[in-house]
Every structure is written in C-alpha cells, then in structure tokens.
Design a protein around this ligand. Structure first.
Ligand SMILES: [Zn+2]
Length: 71
C-alpha cells in the first residue's frame, strides 16, 4: 500500500443506532464525520464532531419507515 492509499483509507468506527439500538460499524471520512447505515432498520446516520462536549448526529429515516419511538 502506498502512502497516498493509506491517506485515503477510512477509519472504521462503531456506534449504536439511535433509532433501534443495534451496534453498527461505519467509517470516518477525511472531514472527521462518521457515517453509518444501520444494518437492522436501515437508518442513515452522520455524526459530526463539533468539540469535546458537542457532537451533531443527523438521522435519515428511509421512506416508508417509521422511527422507533424510545420514550
Ligand atoms: Zn437501527
């Protein structure tokens, strides 16, 4: 593997799905955002790092799917 290829390799990260609680494997892109797609409920998650105490998680629920309510 060349140095150039190493730079472009995404880091694998893990996160529990905020919708259904399944542990998923995603990847970290070059801007530091973590991308996931839940293997169970197929929700797409993008987690952006703001600072030490603040992350933003964007959830996209596929069409025709309802969110699992966790209240
Ligand atoms: Zn899920």
């Amino acid at each position: 593997m060349t140095t150039q290829e190493k730079k472009n390799t995404w880091t694998v990260v893990q996160m529990y799905c905020p919708n259904c609680g399944t542990l998923n494997v995603g990847y970290k892109d070059q801007e530091g955002r973590n991308h996931f797609q839940c293997k169970k409920c197929t929700v797409v998650m993008v987690r952006s790092y703001k600072n030490r105490r603040h992350d933003i998680i964007e959830l996209t629920v596929p069409q025709g799917m309802d969110r699992v309510r966790q209240r």
